[in-house]
Ligand binder design. Structure first.
Ligand code: DX5
Ligand code: ZN
Length: 220
């Protein structure tokens, strides 16, 4: 396996109390998490609506942390400018949401931010292997997208292993992120399978000691 960088932890603020967003962002900063995960939902690709570019921009500005936009929206290409303009450092769109992922990735390449694709639990991970030369990150969903607080799909571990093997065979230092139901009970298995970024929402905000929780996800 190609030497992977230390494990990154990204915190999803989807489930937070948005009336307390300032406090939430302080909690995330103090936890020493690496980044914030912005779950963008349009009510069409997923049966839920969250927020758009202007709130994303507020979070980027207020957080002082790198922010990744996870676009769970149809025709994501139409929203790239809004989130690049909001100041995110990474943008991930769903392979299931566009007919032309290569064209979408080419659009993102011009923005200079990190770019990647997200893959639903029922989608074959082999479907993104042709894209590996064009992405920085693949986000493997370990729940059906649309809501926080769902149970982790154990089948995700095999997908992580398959994807890590494919990237290693191709000599690509791919960041493999896992998103949905990530907590203390599955983090070590995910790291061992080859994941190098863990996204957590509910488990983070339920943790009695958020900094310790982040360290536990990192395996340190
Ligand atoms: C689900 C989102 C995830 C989710 C993570 O559609 O993409 O980021 O909010 O939250 P938990 O950790 O609660 O599953
Ligand atoms: Zn997400």
């Amino acid at each position: 396996m190609i030497e992977q960088p230390r494990i990154r932890v990204s915190i999803s603020v989807l489930g937070t109390d948005f009336a307390e967003l300032g406090h939430t962002l302080e909690l995330v900063r103090l936890s020493k998490a690496d980044s914030i995960h912005l779950d963008v939902m349009d009510g069409r690709f997923v049966p839920n609506i969250s927020f758009g570019g202007s709130i994303a921009s507020d979070i980027v500005r207020a957080s002082g942390l790198p922010c990744c936009a996870h676009l769970m929206i149809e025709q994501p290409e139409g929203a790239f400018d809004a989130f690049v303009g909001a100041g995110v450092t990474e943008l991930l769109f769903h392979v299931e949401a566009t007919r032309y992922p290569f064209r979408a990735l080419e659009l993102l390449k011009r923005s200079g931010i990190r770019r990647g694709v997200a893959v639903n639990p029922a989608s074959q991970v082999e479907s993104v292997v042709p894209l590996l030369d064009s992405v920085d990150t693949v986000l493997l969903m370990s729940v059906e997208p649309g809501f926080g607080g769902q149970s982790f799909f154990p089948g995700t571990l095999a997908k992580v292993r398959t994807l890590r093997s494919a990237a290693d065979r191709a000599g690509i230092p791919l960041r493999i992120a896992v998103d949905g139901g990530v907590d203390a009970s599955n983090a070590a298995a995910l790291r061992d399978a080859g994941a190098d970024e863990l996204v957590a929402g509910t488990a983070f905000f339920q943790a009695a000691d958020p900094p310790a929780f982040v360290q536990l996800l990192k395996g340190v």
